[in-house]
Design a protein. Structure first.
Length: 233
């Protein structure tokens, strides 16, 4: 896991700058990890109090491991380093290394608004989601080389990174993902442009698992034994 500057391989040269997200970015990180956190608490509680049969327990533990991975990916120490030749972003395993010579431009958005805000603004709603910051490094052909995740990083640090890794930066104060994609094609993801299916899938899966766990807590033990979810007396 790449979490510290001393872990940068020697082949990339000496580290000349280190960037960490500011503490105020942790609220977005916690909110992003909250569904997986609630799921983990529910599974741990069910395993501790109900002690299900081994096959069912194994399935729950596998789900729990996936939830832990998601939580850690948001809350783990995060770092970006710059050497004389590369900018490097720490990943779960290893580094994403981009040669500085390949970066022709950076694009920084202070508030990248989700697609749903278009309908909200057209309806004249006063409370509209502002969106998270976003930063891309692109080459001369405007192809994405690296993206800094605004759910983890704060806008002030991202702006600093943008100015120090490229000779030119385009800055947007606020723009929605559709309008941004029209101006800079290929930078935003398919999920950002079409968020409905993913949001529905995550919501349904989370609700289903939490519902089953709640049922396991509330249902009589005899009923759970009938379905071979708890060991017999």
């Amino acid at each position: 896991m790449a979490e510290h500057a001393h872990q940068v391989p020697d082949k990339y040269g000496e580290v000349v700058a280190i960037y960490h997200p500011r503490i105020n970015s942790y609220f977005r990180r916690i909110m992003a990890a909250l569904p997986a956190l609630l799921l983990s608490v529910g599974i741990l509680g069910f395993l501790a109090y109900k002690r299900p049969v081994l096959p069912f327990a194994v399935v729950l533990v596998l789900i729990l491991l996936v939830a832990f991975f998601v939580i850690y990916s948001f809350l783990k120490p995060t770092i970006i380093v710059r050497t004389e030749t590369h900018v490097m972003c720490g990943r779960m395993i290893g580094w994403q290394a981009v040669p500085l010579a390949d970066i022709a431009h950076t694009v920084f958005v202070e508030h990248l608004a989700p697609k749903k805000t278009i309908a909200q603004e057209e309806a004249g709603k006063k409370i509209v989601a502002k969106g998270a910051p976003a930063l891309w490094a692109v080459n001369e052909k405007k192809k994405r080389l690296m993206r800094v995740d605004g759910r983890i990083w704060d806008a002030k640090t991202m702006r600093k990174i943008a100015s120090e890794i490229a000779p030119q930066t385009t800055v947007f104060s606020r723009i929605n993902v559709v309008a941004f994609s029209q101006q800079w094609p290929g930078l935003v993801t398919f999920n950002e442009l079409h968020p409905g299916w993913r949001s529905a899938a995550v919501a349904i899966t989370t609700a289903l698992v939490l519902g089953l766990i709640a049922f396991g807590f509330l249902a009589p033990d005899d009923l759970l034994r009938q379905y071979n979810l708890l060991p017999g007396n």
